[in-house]
Write a protein that binds this ligand. Structure first.
Ligand code: FMN
Length: 357
């Protein structure tokens, strides 16, 4: 460590980098963009806490998706701290008496430049959820293998679903789950609270700038969440940019006749051997690691379809039949977005940071 600097200057620098890491972490993905986190700053330490007021009481009674979201924020803290040149010392769930304290993170000793951490840190704000079709470009097998390996290092499995009938079964389950949720006033009401009307100034939730007004129907067709709720909200496609608008295909749901069917992309399940809060945090860290890797290496984006994992019977079934008994945590499609990647909102770091005494 640079002995040329007085000790207080070194500590000040590390404390400043702790803040910068939090500014990056708020860009992690979270279910319905609930951003269910708070960051307690004490010098060079960051206490990551779940914010239970932002848990989805109906869809996520155990807080599983809340912890996956916070896990994604935790990985972002780790990668930011390393990219800024420090060891990231992390104690996950450090205090059984304070279950909402998810991690104690310390901005530690100076490290050699971590070029890889810098690559991932550089795309934290570029990573976006995509809610449409993908281009037919293949995903490099070596990239997928690297993502699987990195997930394994976090204790998590990325399972690529290749078999057509399994893809169709999973797509069917998302359709069924979406219908079941729309039929339930409690589910639908909760989702509506996180999908603000156009013009809203809220800095959370899924706004109409974040989803297409006419989600393309891919084959197999994974149901999109109904953020627009029949109001016709959502971003309009630029003329000539409708996915699948190229001539010569078979056409399908909502697309011009004769147009090729929009591409589903790779279908991926994220699964863990157990199903504890620690596994959920691991799943979130592995997810964000994979998403940042995919963004940095090939400008890929993911579309999430987690409705069936919010219905316990479906989740159990998917785990038993398609995850080799492991517990499914996420279901997503991955590829190069076809058409524009839309935008999203965040609460500023000041809103989620508090000084710990
Ligand atoms: C646990 C979890 C579940 C999610 N489920 C869905 C989903 O079913 N449908 C969807 O469109 N987006 C889903 N998302 C994506 C979030 O809506 C998205 O991360 C959030 O709106 C912020 O936008 P961004 O990812 O573009 O930054 C999920 C994200 C997480 C972390």
């Amino acid at each position: 460590m640079g002995s040329m600097w007085p000790r207080s200057t070194v500590t000040d620098r590390r404390a400043e980098d702790a803040r910068r890491a939090v500014e990056a972490a708020v860009w992690a993905p979270s279910v319905h963009n609930t951003q269910p986190w708070r960051f307690g700053l004490r010098g060079t330490r960051i206490g990551l806490r779940a914010d239970p007021d932002r848990r989805l009481e109906v869809a996520d009674p155990e807080g599983r998706e809340m912890l996956i979201s916070c896990g994604a924020a935790l990985f972002t803290l780790r990668v930011a701290i390393r990219a800024l040149g420090h060891e990231a010392e992390v104690h996950v769930l450090p205090d059984p008496d304070r279950p909402h304290l998810l991690a104690d993170v310390h901005v530690g000793a100076r490290i050699e430049e971590d070029e890889d951490a810098r690559r991932l840190y550089a795309v934290v704000r570029r990573r976006r959820t995509h809610r449409g079709a993908f281009r037919p470009d293949p995903v490099r097998p070596s990239l997928l293998s690297a993502m699987k390996l990195e997930a394994e290092r976090e204790g998590v499995r990325l399972i690529q679903v290749v078999e057509t009938h399994t893809q169709l079964a999973l797509a069917g389950l998302t359709q069924a789950a979406e219908h079941i949720q729309q039929m339930s006033p409690a589910y639908a009401g909760e989702a509506a609270r996180w999908a603000p009307a156009p013009g809203s100034r809220r800095a959370d939730g899924v706004h109409e700038v974040s989803y297409p007004s006419r989600p393309p129907h891919t084959e197999p067709d994974f149901a999109a969440r109904d953020f627009a709720r029949g109001h016709g909200w959502g971003a309009r496609e630029e003329p000539g940019h409708e996915p699948g608008n190229e001539p010569g295909g078979e056409g399908g749901g909502g697309q011009a006749a004769g147009a090729p069917r929009p591409v589903t992309g790779l279908v991926i399940l994220v699964a863990t051997p157990d199903d504890t809060p620690l596994d959920w945090l691991r799943a979130g860290q592995a997810l964000q690691r994979a998403l940042l890797r995919a963004t940095a290496e090939a400008d890929l984006a993911a579309a999430f379809h987690t409705q069936p994992l919010e219905i316990p019977e479906f989740r159990e079934f998917i785990g038993r039949r398609f995850c080799n008994g492991h517990h499914p945590q996420m279901l997503m499609r991955l590829g190069v977005p076809d058409g524009p990647v839309l935008t999203t909102v965040r609460r500023p770091a000041e809103e989620v940071v508090y000084e710990e005494t």
